[in-house]
Design a protein around this ligand. Structure first.
Ligand code: CO8
Length: 381
């Protein structure tokens, strides 16, 4: 408690995780992609031969696991992704009277977080939805979730790509510290699969769908057994084009196909790896020191889940020879990269064994570039 850098005692008092019902292994994904690529190459053989078109290279499950650590991913809809004639999920349009897909995912995670925190909808003052993409511009997904749960107060959406969750948690902390709210529900429904170009070998394997939620409140009102005091938050952004998504509503006015070549997720993965690892490690190191701990002593690092080699490098930098999967848990092997949700999934699944007084960091790093961190300490005991 003595190292709390916040003007108030603020805690995370409950989290929730909604996992989609379908998963796709690397082998299944690669089979579908390769069938698509072979068909494409056959159909365009003459243009490829003439040098007018590039042949589609084949993908490999071994490459994917070795380069990223990803073995499978969860998705809200599987069949369309694995159909070489479609190569995108199938999400039928819903009427305005139905909950949209993203709100439905968010509500499922939010109900778990509320139950874990022992809160009723009337205890919540604000709902913040942070995600890499929003299914629509307005009304805000957060307001739809607020309405579906019967929460009074205010709600808003925010997008900071992979750091949308940690930045949203920071917004919740700031609201509580400023007195504009006492209990905030943060929801991160990452509906990633519609933004993936499943016909692009370099990126078809990266993402999965998921939703997480967290209740953040004043320590004085928290009644849950499992509460985590937030000792400090830190956010950092540096502009980079190395991870970019260009589809947007202005495409109509620019007379371009909003989902055409290069408009979906794309990245220069090598550069991202090289530039983000040292930035993230230095960010965490200085934030942990500021909170009064030595990085090597921290019990747990709930790191962003994009790439196992990145996480191993960062963990080694922070913990030296003490780095282990137990101290920096991995969920990307089965969830893949779930945008901003990855570090919160890790926090949700891998914290029960920590004792009161033990500390850890929830940290995201990714597009923007953006890095967000929270140093937390298990309370009670
Ligand atoms: N199968 C076989 N070979 C392949 C494949 C494949 N699927 N993909 C690429 N290759 C080939 C390449 O073409 C290349 O061949 P060559 O040497 O002949 O040119 C070779 O394999 C090596 O390719 P790379 O150099 O690209 O391979 P890397 O070892 O760098 O691994 C990674 C690629 C896995 C992409 C790696 O660079 C990486 O993970 N980097 C970090 C990237 C990262 O963290 N990005 C964050 C992205 S997400 C984000 O920030 C938020 C976006 C918000 C959206 C979220 C929605 C939920």
């Amino acid at each position: 408690m003595s190292d709390n850098k916040l003007p108030r005692n603020v805690v995370i008092s409950g989290t929730g995780l909604w996992t989609p019902p379908h998963s796709i292994s690397n082998e299944e994904l690669v089979d579908a992609y390769n069938a698509y690529a072979e068909r494409y190459n056959r159909e365009h053989a003459a243009q490829i031969e003439a040098g007018e078109l590039a042949a589609k290279p084949l993908s490999s499950a071994e490459f994917i696991e070795k380069a990223s650590g990803i073995k499978s991913r969860y998705v809200v809809s599987r069949d369309g992704i694995l159909d070489p004639g479609r190569m995108r999920p199938y999400l039928p349009e819903r009427s305005d009277d139905e909950l949209c897909m993203q709100a439905e995912m968010g509500v499922a995670a939010a109900k778990q977080a509320l139950a874990a925190a022992g809160k009723q909808p009337e205890d919540i003052d604000a709902v913040i939805v942070g995600a890499s993409y929003m299914q629509r511009a307005y009304p805000a997904i957060a307001i739809e979730i607020q309405g579906a749960l019967g929460i009074d107060g205010f709600a808003f959406d925010m997008e900071v790509a992979c750091s949308s969750a940690t930045f949203a948690l920071q917004r919740a902390v700031d609201a509580i510290c400023s007195g504009s709210a006492t209990t905030v529900l943060v929801v991160n429904p990452e509906l990633a699969s519609p933004q993936i170009d499943f016909t692009d070998r370099d990126s078809h394997f990266i993402f999965g769908d998921v939703a997480v939620a967290s209740v953040v409140e004043c320590g004085e009102t928290a009644t849950a057994d499992d509460t985590w005091q937030i000792l400090g938050t830190r956010a950092k952004t540096v502009f980079s084009n190395n991870i970019r998504s260009n589809f947007g509503y202005t495409a109509r006015a620019a007379d371009v196909d909003p989902f055409g070549e290069g408009k979906l997720f794309r990245q220069n993965g090598r550069k991202v790896f090289k530039e983000v690892c040292p930035m993230a490690a230095a960010h965490i190191e200085s934030h942990v020191r500021e909170s009064g701990s030595e990085p090597a002593e921290l019990a747990r690092y709930w790191l962003h889940q994009a790439n196992i080699n990145m996480n191993n490098l960062i963990a080694k930098k922070l913990m030296g020879d003490g780095a282990s999967e137990e101290r920096a848990p991995v969920v990307l092997d089965r969830y893949a990269n779930t945008g901003c949700a990855g570090s919160v999934i890790a926090f949700h699944l891998y914290r029960d064994d920590l004792q009161p007084g033990e500390r850890g960091v929830i940290c995201s790093f990714g597009a923007g570039y953006s890095i967000g961190s929270l140093v937390v300490e298990k309370t009670g005991g």
